[in-house]
Write a protein that binds this ligand. Structure first.
Ligand SMILES: [Cu+2]
Length: 508
């Protein structure tokens, strides 16, 4: 009789198991809900923007005995005030955080002495630069601590906003996050009349999001953040909560997304207009009036902003359009709104002409002879393979044009950067994709077709890189290698370049 009312031992176990499972599901749901609600950042109106924007100094240079323009860069550790007290441990170039702006002109032969005093191996890559592979500063051109690397090349490309940053395989995200990055401005003699007084009406705007823990930079990724580390603090040129005093009718902002994972959709709120004049690799054919500029990590844009006298406008980032599902979007910064930079126009602005109607001649990259398909198959693989320093993935013939079809076959955000070249995006989506580019965002499921011309430099033994510029992905191996060779030649055994070899002079 008792056996009918008392549950069997088996039934008790089953009931307990069910309770445990339900509790587990409930706990998981709570964790996911908490992560979901804490993963959105909105700082609009909540950041004072009352710290004067730091302008990175221009790097000094001298003319060497061989006629080259010589720059000296030293990578070193320091401390800086990034908004969380003065004792945040950082890295910088010739300073505590970030590096000086290098400015040189087309036709200049530059030699850059890079001294590594970081206490660990690094590299320095010239992002967007057309140059010999051995000078590129990729993962094969190691600079051991205490050593100097002195690449030299002749600048053979149009005026552009380029940048430099480490490219040590597996550690790029950390080295950039700690503070090694800077702008590299290429000027072109005889170019259009544009604001070009550095720090006055021609302003570097290096945008980086950060998170802090106990006053120190914190690189730990948030829960479910496949894209990598996202921070709620935005620094411009290393300045927290910055403003720029605008003293001319128009200012040229050189926007650089030097963040690890975050895309920004820049807008200027206030009484202001924005004309887009340039993309990664140089000027557009003509200016475009725009209401937003979206940049993924590594991308640049040049804009001319006109702020009404006596008013304050705000450069802000609205939720970027990343083409992700609602879950991934939330954990990739897709719902975030961020204050970037205040623009305080004085009452009496100095006159400044509008951008001329024609900025650059149309580019002709030639007819494509080869088509390559590259598919991003995960956050660590292209065409199913992870980066291998000893494997050359693609061999390209110098003096030819190719179409690279790059597909994002994942559900996550990725972009794609090719070293050495400025490609043309076929089927561009808006003016930002119509100019010379070296980095392009690719939505899940999207295929971008890139027209790429390879010129001047060959080296069958030293590869250039192509990769996702979300730095956590690059570090995990979402990267491949290509060499540019003479017609009929093949890649030779993977680079055994001595890392400390000083470059011989190279020119196109
Ligand atoms: Cu990626």
């Amino acid at each position: 009789m008792g056996s009918r009312v008392l549950p069997s031992r088996l039934a008790i176990v089953a009931r307990l198991a069910l309770i445990v499972i339900l509790a587990g599901i409930a706990a998981m749901a709570i964790v996911m809900a908490m992560a979901w609600s804490s993963a959105v950042t909105d700082t609009s109106g909540a950041v004072a923007l009352d710290t004067e924007l730091r302008i990175p100094p221009l790097a000094g240079s001298r003319i060497g005995p061989d006629g080259a323009r010589v720059f000296d860069l030293e990578m070193r550790a320091g401390t800086a005030d990034l908004g969380h007290g003065p004792q945040t441990r950082t890295w910088g170039v010739n300073g505590d955080y970030l590096g000086p702006t290098i400015r040189a002109a087309r036709g200049d032969t530059v030699r850059i002495n890079v001294d590594n005093e970081l206490g660990e191996t690094s590299t320095l890559h010239w992002h967007g630069m057309h140059l010999p592979a051995a000078m590129d500063g990729g993962p094969h051109q190691l600079i051991e601590t205490g050593q100097r690397w002195a690449p030299e090349w002749t600048i053979a490309q149009p005026a552009a906003t380029l940048w430099y940053h480490p490219h040590l395989h597996g550690a790029t995200a950390e080295h950039v996050y700690r503070g090694i990055a800077g702008m590299f401005i290429v000027d072109e003699p005889g170019g259009p009349d544009l604001p070009s007084e550095y720090g006055v009406d021609d302003i570097p705007v290096i945008v980086q999001d950060k998170q802090f823990r106990d006053g120190q930079l914190d690189m730990s990724p948030a829960l479910f953040a496949e894209a990598g580390v996202l921070g709620g603090d935005v620094l411009v040129n290393g300045t927290p909560a910055p403003y720029l005093e605008v003293t001319t009718e128009r200012v040229r902002l050189r926007l650089l997304n030097a963040s690890s994972a975050r895309s920004y959709r820049f807008v200027v709120a206030g009484t202001a207009t924005v004309d887009l004049i340039g993309t990664d690799g140089g000027l557009l054919e003509r200016p475009h009036r725009v209401d937003h500029v979206q940049l993924s990590p590594g991308e640049r844009a040049e804009i001319i902003v006109e702020v009404a006298a006596g008013t304050t406008a705000v450069l802000r980032s609205e939720p970027p359009e990343l083409g992700l599902n609602f879950w991934t979007d939330r954990f990739s910064g897709g719902d975030d709104t961020l204050e970037i930079l205040g623009l305080r126009a004085v009452d009496n602005l100095a006159p400044s002409p509008g951008p001329p109607p024609v900025l650059a001649a149309p580019r002709d990259l030639g007819e494509p002879a080869t088509r390559r398909e590259l598919t991003i198959t995960s956050s660590s693989t292209i065409n199913g393979r992870t980066m291998d320093m000893e494997r050359i993935d693609e061999t390209v013939t110098v003096g030819t044009t190719e179409i690279w079809e790059v597909r994002n076959a994942t559900g996550d955000p990725h972009n794609f950067h090719i070293h050495d070249v400025q490609f043309q995006i076929l089927d561009p989506e808006g003016p930002l994709q119509s100019g010379p580019k070296d980095t392009v965002y690719i939505r899940p499921g999207q295929v971008v077709r890139l027209l790429v011309r390879f010129e001047h430099y060959t080296d069958p033994a030293t590869p250039y890189m192509f990769h996702c510029h979300l730095l956590a992905h690059e570090d995990r191996g979402l990267m491949g290698q290509f060499v540019v060779v003479e017609p009929g030649a093949t890649a030779t055994e993977s680079s055994r370049e001595h890392p400390m070899r000083n470059g011989a002079r190279a020119g196109p």
